[in-house]
Design a protein around this ligand. Sequence first.
Ligand code: C5P
Length: 237
Amino acid sequence: STKLEQIYEGKAKKVYKTDDPELFIVDYKDDATAFNGKKKGTISGKGVINNRVTNFLMEKLEKEAGVPTHFVKELSERETLVKKVTIVPLEVIIRNIAAGSMSKRLGIPEGTVLPIPTLEFSYKNDDLDDPLINDYHALAMGLATREDIDTITTLAFKVNDYLKTFFAGIGIELVDFKLEFGKTTDGTIILADEISPDTCRFWDSKTHEKLDKDRFRRDLGNVEGAYQEILHRLFGE
Ligand code: C5P
């Protein structure tokens, strides 16, 4: 597929049209932002790692867990061919262990194992700082239909069941993560965006060392090393 004009530039990725109306190309950048763009920086090599990690996990989810995804084909170190979707403007967050905004908002100490995995929706809106909403808000604002929300919920827990077990097998606790879903032109809901150290909290099972973007958000140092460690655990490189 030929890369045509850029249609979108986000904080960490650019998206291009292709000569096939049903396919887009995603291009991963090294730019890092946190706190809705208030903190900016670069994580050297991040784009290459997030591209490979996302594609590896999406392929496994598709083949081994039956989760439909936008992944089509890795084109280069930073570029991937994906199915064209319209993104549902919800950030779908699954949590297995309390951390981050959940700990802050609810006063649950970071590291508390939750008795059941928990799902949250945020309304994807930079001006409003992605506020936490429930399914009724999503329906009332016309962000998704009841059917979409039910499909998204089922798929998100399926992703969690699969990834939690998979990461445990390589010595990593999957603390929490954010997913985004999209609608194809025929109306099917599929998993889109990325699954990477930018969008997941990964803790080493033994040492509880943070191996994700929290190292950047909280100025913990060795950010690049953490991203490389995830690549190493997945690919043995
Ligand atoms: O900040 P919070 O605790 O709500 O984040 C929960 C999870 O969602 C974390 O894994 C974080 O990396 C991810 N997240 C994200 N993009 C956002 C907000 C959160 O990937 N805009």
